[in-house]
Design a protein around this ligand. Structure first.
Ligand code: SAM
Length: 220
């Protein structure tokens, strides 16, 4: 994603009612925050927010949090958020590396990773959101029946991710190298990147995975 430092974006975010500003204080308290027992799903690297907003709209009985590292990008999601009337969608501006400071064990019902940054240099592999380091983090916050769903057009990142699932002690559930031609596409919600890359003719790769040490039927 091309990043521009948009002047004043931090101030706009600080004043926005749909952004959680004290996210570490919410750890273990998210149900209280939402005022409901509904399961909580997160998208990491939410970008301009199209995916999670549509997911929230289609699932009013579930709660959602979009996590984005950069203020200038989150700003775009918040511009869209003002036209959504539901109260089941919040955002956090943070680096997902610290996700365990924000969610307690079993607090998250499912995790979505869409078109995550590839970090092509080998020395940056740990930064990829599908590296074994991240699978371990997800394992600490996800419910036993929780799933991680990942979409990308980047074949190298996808291959790496398939390998890392096993290396982290997780198991693949669904895999497709061409999501849009597969039956997994039935309820698919397009992200901004997905729209762009599929228009350019790139096949979209898709996987879901669960933690082998805690296998229960899942619902992502
Ligand atoms: N998911 C959106 C989509 O599919 O259209 C955006 C994809 S964009 C390539 C990746 C997004 O992930 C960027 O907005 C980036 O700032 C965010 N991101 C990358 N690393 C992150 C991290 N460690 N924590 C939170 N967000 C991150």
């Amino acid at each position: 994603m091309r990043l521009r430092n948009i002047k004043g974006s931090r101030e706009v975010i600080a004043a926005n009612e749909w952004v959680i500003h004290d996210e570490t204080a919410c750890k273990g308290q998210w149900k209280k925050h939402f005022g409901s027992d509904a399961p909580i799903y997160i998208e990491i690297g939410t970008g301009k927010g199209q995916f999670i907003m549509e997911l929230a709209r289609r699932n009013p009985d579930k709660n959602f949090i979009g996590i984005e590292k950069y203020s200038s990008v989150l700003l775009r999601a918040l511009e869209k958020r003002q036209y959504y009337e539901g109260n089941n969608l919040y955002f956090i501006r943070m680096d997902a590396e610290y996700i365990e400071d924000v969610f307690a064990k079993d607090e998250v019902a499912g995790i979505y990773l869409n078109f995550s940054d590839p970090w092509p240099k080998e020395r940056h592999a740990k930064r990829r959101l599908t590296s074994r380091q991240y699978w371990n983090r997800y394992g600490h916050i996800l419910k036993p029946d929780g799933r991680v769903a990942f979409k990308t057009d980047n074949r190298d990142l996808f291959t790496f991710s398939l390998e890392e699932v096993g290396a982290a002690g997780w198991r693949l559930e669904h895999v497709s190298f061409d999501l849009h031609q597969s039956h997994f596409c039935e309820n698919n919600i397009m992200t901004e990147y997905e729209e762009r890359f599929s228009k350019e003719g790139h096949p979209i790769h898709y996987m879901t995975a669960y933690n082998v040490s805690r296998p229960l039927p899942g619902d992502i």
